[in-house]
Design a protein around this ligand. Structure first.
Ligand code: SAM
Length: 263
């Protein structure tokens, strides 16, 4: 296929067959699985996946790659190709339970796509993604760690997260500048801690990390006063990076209650 990789679509194509097989092994596809691949590209994962499945949905934004995929494996009736932007797609249209989402995700949209998919977590059984290693480290980081932040808290609140293995740049064409890693995200049936309102958690986490060197007292000044922070059981002089996921949930619940009280 004569296709010039497009930077704006984060196109680094996997060519290393050992790495590809390792990824297929950890996906462990079963015939009846409903797998959706984001960004099939030239089909590096698509073709080996199809061997195991009765149906495979793929979502590709680049119309040239869609045309090439149709020409190469599109005649296989088990493959359903969606030419679309995965960021704008309603994943409920694929079904309401047990979706398995996989992909070698374009680096430039990895965070927005993770947040987008989080809103469909009730339909999803698991997700297995290749991302920049640095992003996987952030997803899996625990408090006190410098990679710990918004991505760690929001994903760990709703999913089990597991970093599986690292892939070096030479597995791709063109080679990216950084290492990649595979992460597995398994949505929990309920949030890890009792959370009253998702939007409140988003606000509190975003604000707490907007200036991560600030104390929680100062970072959340506009949202929660010092006494509310203390009532949540948290010392106001803490910094965001030292709070556990459970602490953010307590702060968010307090903030949500406060909003209700002022209605
Ligand atoms: N899966 C292939 C592989 O491993 O070789 C390609 C991976 S490449 C890193 C990312 C793929 O995602 C490209 O095919 C790109 O065109 C596609 N892509 C980028 N942005 C997208 C979006 N918003 N929605 C769907 N696909 C997208």
């Amino acid at each position: 296929m004569n296709h010039r990789p497009r930077k704006r679509f984060g196109q680094n194509f996997l060519h290393d067959t050992t790495v590809i097989q390792h990824i297929i092994d950890v996906i462990h596809p079963q015939e009846q699985d409903h797998i959706i691949e984001i960004g099939p590209g030239k089909g590096a994962l698509t073709t080996p996946l199809l061997r195991h499945l009765q149906q495979l949905d793929v979502i590709e934004i680049d119309s040239d790659l869609v045309a090439a995929l149709k020409a190469s494996i599109g005649q296989d009736s088990r493959l359903i190709i969606h030419e679309a932007d995965a960021l704008k797609l309603n994943f409920e249209t694929f079904g309401h339970s047990d979706l398995r989402i996989i992909g070698n995700l374009p680096y430039n949209i990895s965070t927005p796509i993770l947040f987008h998919l989080l809103s469909y977590r009730d339909c999803i059984k698991d997700m297995l993604f290749m991302l920049q290693k640095e992003v996987v480290d952030r997803i899996c980081a625990s408090s006190g760690n410098k990679q710990y932040g918004r991505l760690s808290i929001m994903l760990q609140c709703y999913c089990d997260v597991e970093s599986l293995f690292v892939i070096t740049p030479d597995a791709f064409t063109p080679s990216p500048k950084v290492d990649s890693a595979i992460v597995k995200l398994t949505p929990l049936r309920e949030p890890r801690y009792e959370l009253s309102d998702h939007e409140s958690l988003k606000v509190i986490v975003r604000e707490a990390f907007s200036q991560r060197r600030k104390t929680i007292r100062n970072a959340l000044r506009k949202y929660l006063d010092e006494s509310s922070i203390i009532e949540s059981g948290i010392a106001p002089e803490n910094r965001a990076e030292n709070l556990e996921v459970a602490d953010f949930v307590k702060l968010a619940n307090h903030y949500h209650q406060q909003k209700i009280n002022t209605l």
